[in-house]
Design a protein around this ligand. Structure first.
Ligand code: SF4
Length: 348
């Protein structure tokens, strides 16, 4: 059966016209589906019973459900979301002092095999639809309010998957999340992140997107980057720099670089110097992220002393830096740790 949320409002209207009238119902139904986020036709209480039955006979709603939630000692909340076809993805609520951030997934698994990332060890099974990304945000938003009494403030597309390999659906989900007919959130509160696909970064520029954009850089040296992110072999730092200039010219947006610090791999002063040089490509800021070792990983967390030296160097060169301590480590919710570790819920 057709997923009703893959239809636009006009398409729902056309369906009613074909069925002999009541096209004004399209507005009501659209509102229930998106703004009010109901997940069954029975809940659409201002529709006559016959209309609800007709919808049930013709459409399904691909609702996302919570299969399991775990709360970390630092209040980070990790959800395993069950999709309509039984697949599981993960989405995290990260409460910090001044933010409530939802980190959501864009694909089931990932095809990009970054060596430090648990998701990269899972096969990519499929792209998520726009409504599935929207639902993750709607659910996490509710959790933020119910559990912590604070509204959701930010959304990052940094969970499982490479968002720019699911370009159309990701942009459609952002459109729904920001629309007054959806969740009405500001695009400036949304960050889409990529492992670095130059062609698609340019496309973001052509589409003049209004959300924030982050590049998972992790090394400003091709040899090192090839080692940890095989996507760099076809998208070298030179290609990325080109694409970033193009993106910045078109959008005027300051780019964020994510940089996970691995002990004795990318935490030396020489690495900081290379990073500083790359930071001159376009206006940017850098999030320095503490590494969370995953099982059987060749990488280790850096020491405080090395981190301090690394950060001081960049600060001395006036690079805008944020050091991010990892959140949700005890429940494998931290950066690069999302991997459906609890396989039991997959077979429920
Ligand atoms: S870091 Fe991102 S792009 Fe790389 S394997 Fe993990 S989920 Fe995929």
């Amino acid at each position: 059966m057709k997923n009703i949320r893959s239809l636009s409002r006009d398409e729902i209207k056309a369906f009613f016209e074909k069925k002999g009238g009541q096209s004004f119902r399209a507005k009501q139904i659209y509102e229930w589906l998106w703004k009010k986020s109901v997940r069954s036709f029975e809940e659409m209480t201002n529709l006559p019973k016959a209309t609800r039955e007709m919808l049930n006979e013709n459409f399904s709603i691909h609702a996302v459900a919570i299969a399991e939630s775990q709360t970390s000692k630092d209040r980070t909340l990790k959800n395993a979301f069950r999709l309509y076809d039984g697949n599981i993805v993960e989405g995290v609520l990260i409460p910090t002092e001044n933010r409530m951030t939802a980190c959501i997934s864009s694909q089931v698994g990932c095809s990009l095999t970054c060596s430090f990332c648990a998701t990269g060890r899972l096969e990519r099974l499929r792209n998520l639809d726009a409504d599935e990304m929207y639902d993750q945000v709607a659910i996490i938003r509710k959790q933020a309010e119910e559990k912590y009494g604070i509204p959701l403030s930010n959304i990052v597309y940094m969970g499982m998957g490479e968002p720019l390999l699911n370009y159309k659906n990701v942009l459609e989900s952002v459109e729904k999340i920001t629309s007054p007919e959806g969740l009405g959130m500001s695009p400036q509160r949304i960050t889409v992140s990529t492992a670095g696909i130059a062609k698609m970064i340019k496309k973001l520029g052509d589409d003049k997107v209004k959300f924030n954009f982050a590049l998972s850089l992790h090394a400003a040296n091709d040899k090192k980057r090839n080692k940890i992110m095989p996507i760099n072999e076809q998208n070298s730092l030179e290609d990325l720099a080109d694409a970033l200039k193009y993106f910045h010219d078109k959008t005027g947006t300051r780019v964020t670089y994510e940089y996970i610090v691995f002990k004795d791999f990318n935490d030396d002063i020489l690495d900081a110097m290379e990073l500083e040089k790359f930071c001159r490509v376009v206006p940017c800021k850098v999030n320095i992220i503490e590494y969370n070792p995953i099982d059987n990983s060749e990488f280790r967390q850096t020491t405080d002393a090395r981190l301090k030296k690394f950060v001081s160097y960049l600060e001395s060169k006036r690079v805008i830096i944020n050091v991010r301590r990892s959140r949700g480590k005890d429940i494998d919710a931290a950066c690069g740790q999302l991997a459906n570790k609890n396989k039991a819920i997959l077979s429920e």
